[in-house]
Design a protein around this ligand. Structure first.
Ligand code: HDD
Length: 693
């Protein structure tokens, strides 16, 4: 499908237009613009002779190809981006002087890159991992990058440990196994030797580690930043993205199967949603702590392994980001996008969080390598929408043609221009925090509690979420070969929760912990559970199984009702050949059993009709029903199609409602018999779809 933006292009999108090239109906040329007469035969000495050096076209074509790849990101290698804009709901003048947070009428262009962390560029989308959520705001004050994740805490407290944790979680160096997975010895060896990771591990092994969609995840800036207003008053802040579609996840079995059936599941989902005009929306939230309250909490606000519980420090919703345009070219935009924590604008500032401080070094450094030199800010996707002026010059791939003799400051030849601006004139002035201390390589004692918030997270989970976490431990730690490491994991998580540790032990052949955890923390934070999230059927995808003789009228009724709710139907049949309904209407399936699977949908619908005689004979039909049911996703079945259920997992619930014509809905299975008016049925089915599971 073509990229069809329906809204006015933003300033950044307009800027990118200047770099776009359309090759339609154009003659083929060399990079020098010379037309080429043959690009499929090399120049040879005789028809069966050797290729000759003179073949400049061959050499140029081949050399360019040989140099096509750039190093993939050392972490977050696999990602996918989209364009959009951000608008603030009301002026935030009291909090910050950042220009893009002042005027609700201003649409600030953004580019967002979602990613997984551990896998290589070609790895599957649905692996268990942290998701990156990096946003570049192209503001009138220059670029501001909010380089966030879908989890609010991190593995470590000090950036100097980042190479260690990444080495441990990446494939093991002797055989480069496993790909895109934390389920191996080196990672868990690292975990038990770094107990500060306990809280992050709880997040990673929860449903947050396998999001249903990039459109259905939260984003967290993780660190404590500062907001500074025009008067110079500063406050501590944490940034949040809240998805308008709520926070939803896959099940582990789905995630694993999707990784094989459709490794591009998440990127396709984002691409399709934007192309369908269903623009993903995320609200920006701020948690604010006054400077005077810095020490009022039982955690250190500079510690990146801690959240500020939302019930304690409410999230103020201040604006919305809309992603409304797909990229034109993956490499030029997503791959070359260079995020950097140091891309900051007046009104926002850093704190002394030692993880944040280290990140300020790493991002610029990594771009220099990845993008081959100091001019990567000139690559179209990275350019600010305001012109940059300074005395930085030359280097690989310089695009700007700087005019004049002067490239130094101060100077008299050009009256000191380009001239530093005062704070009043928009120059960035670092917040004047008083710093005073001895040079020392230790960690603050206030960073020492590694388990209270991990426990808060555990306490806040629903029964189903807790079950998923335990199962995730069984998979992840069960994949560890070294028994002593497995035992140490049990002992470590006993400090989070005794019952959790006992359950972990059961599944991994370890001894249950002998000592009971003596913690008295019983607090919960309802905001942490996905059960309390927004539930809507919008943009969900439902498979419809049909074969010759299906009831077209029923399909039509469901389709109309679903379209009103923004639910998509995809017709699936044994093959892609057109299928005749009982009424004689023909429908062309979009997918056949050969190229799709139940894990790629949010729900399943089988309309009535005589097609059921054929459908029930296929193994794939039963697989579809059984898998959908096992994954606790809604199944809608009408009339004759009910006959198929006795041979499936659904059999063991009382689904039949043979005489009354009333809708039966239980455990996400919605059925109706003896009626062709599906109004009540569709309503119950839509409600079940909104519930997600
Ligand atoms: Fe990082 C990439 C997020 C800690 C060093 N990081 C990267 C990306 C995201 C994050 C979303 C992908 C950006 C893109 O799409 O291009 N990183 C985080 C978060 C962290 C974090 C939320 C903790 C709060 N990162 C972190 C530390 C270091 C790095 C502690 C090193 C000191 N991160 C990098 C990097 C990457 C990167 C090596 C690899 C590619 C890149 O920067 O552009 O510099």
């Amino acid at each position: 499908m073509k990229n069809k933006p329906q809204e006015e292009p933003t300033k950044k999108q307009q800027q990118l237009e200047d770099y776009k090239v359309n090759h339609e109906e154009k003659d083929l040329t060399t990079d020098q613009g010379t037309k080429v007469s043959n690009t499929s035969e090399s120049l040879k000495a005789g028809q069966r002779g050797p290729t000759i050096m003179e073949d400049f076209h061959f050499r140029e074509k081949m050399t360019h190809f040989d140099h096509e790849r750039i190093p993939e990101r050392v972490v977050h290698a696999r990602g996918f981006g989209a364009h959009g804009y951000f608008q603030v709901y009301e002026p935030l003048t009291e909090l910050t002087k950042a220009k893009f947070l002042q005027d609700p009428n201003v649409k600030t262009p953004v580019f967002v890159r979602f990613s997984t962390v551990v896998g290589s560029r070609g790895s599957a989308d649905t692996v268990r991992d942290v998701r990156g959520f990096a946003t570049k705001f192209y503001t009138e004050d220059g670029n501001f990058d909010l380089v966030a994740n879908n989890m609010p805490v991190f593995f470590i407290q000090d950036a100097i440990k980042f190479p260690d944790v990444v080495h441990a979680i990446k494939p093991e160096p002797d055989n480069e196994v496993p790909q895109a997975s934390a389920a191996h010895d080196t990672f868990w060896d690292w975990v038990v030797n770094n107990q500060e990771s306990a809280h992050m591990i709880m997040w990673l092994l929860s449903d947050r580690g396998i999001p249903r969609s990039f459109r259905m995840m939260e984003g967290f800036g993780v660190h404590t930043f500062r907001l500074v207003n025009e008067q110079g008053k500063a406050r501590f802040v944490k940034f949040h993205w809240k998805p308008k579609l709520g926070v939803h996840s896959l099940t582990w079995d789905e995630a694993q199967k999707i990784a094989g059936k459709d490794p591009d599941f998440n990127r396709k989902d984002l691409w399709d949603a934007i192309n369908n005009g269903e623009y993903p929306e995320f609200e920006l939230g701020l948690q604010i702590i006054e400077e005077s309250q810095e020490f009022d909490f039982d955690f250190d606000i500079l510690d990146s392994t801690k959240i500020w519980p939302e019930e304690q420090v409410p999230v103020k919703i201040v604006g919305k980001m809309t992603l409304n345009r797909n990229q034109d070219n993956f490499f030029a935009e997503t791959e070359q996008a260079a995020f950097h924590m140091g891309n900051i604008v007046p009104g926002i500032d850093f704190t002394n969080d030692p993880l944040l401080q280290g990140r300020l070094f790493s991002y610029l450094d990594t771009q220099l390598l990845r993008l081959g030199g100091p001019n990567f800010h000139e690559i179209p996707i990275n350019r600010p929408i305001v012109q940059f002026h300074n005395n930085q010059r030359d280097g690989f791939h310089r695009m700007t043609i700087d005019q004049g003799k002067v490239s130094y400051f101060p100077n008299s030849i050009r009256n000191n221009y380009p001239m530093p601006a005062t704070g009043k004139d928009g120059g960035f002035e670092h917040y004047q925090e008083k710093v005073d201390g001895t040079k020392i390589r230790t960690r603050s004692e206030s960073f020492n509690d590694h388990f209270s918030q991990a426990r808060l997270f555990w306490n806040s989970m629903s029964a189903a979420e807790k079950k998923h976490i335990i199962k995730a431990f069984h998979f992840e730690v069960g994949s560890v070969k070294d028994k002593t490491i497995r035992q140490k994991v049990v002992d470590m998580f006993n400090q989070v929760d005794h019952d959790l540790a006992k359950e972990i032990a059961k599944g991994i052949g370890a001894q249950p912990p002998t000592k009971k955890n003596t913690t008295t923390i019983t607090a919960t934070s309802p905001a942490l559970s996905q059960e309390n999230t927004i539930k809507t059927p919008r943009t969900r995808k439902v498979a419809v199984l049909i074969d010759e003789g299906f009831n077209y009228n029923e399909l039509k009724q469901v389709k109309v009702a679903f379209q009103k709710q923004g639910i998509h139907l995809e017709i699936v049949s044994k093959t892609l050949s057109p299928v005749n309904s009982a009424e004689g209407d023909q429908v062309e399936p979009q997918k056949s059993f050969a190229n799709t699977h139940s894990v790629l949908y949010d729900a399943l619908f089988i309309p009535g009709g005589q097609h059921i005689d054929m459908l029930s004979g296929y193994k794939e039909t039963k697989d579809f029903i059984n898998d959908t049911y096992a994954h606790a996703k809604p199944i809608g079945i009408t009339n004759e199609a009910l006959q198929i259920l006795p041979n499936t997992l659904v059999n063991n619930i009382a689904y039949m409602n043979d005489h009354t014509g009333e809708v039966y809905s239980n455990l996400g299975v919605v059925t109706v018999n003896d009626t062709h008016d599906l109004t009540d049925f569709t309503q119950a089915f839509i409600e079940a779809i909104a519930q997600h599971r």
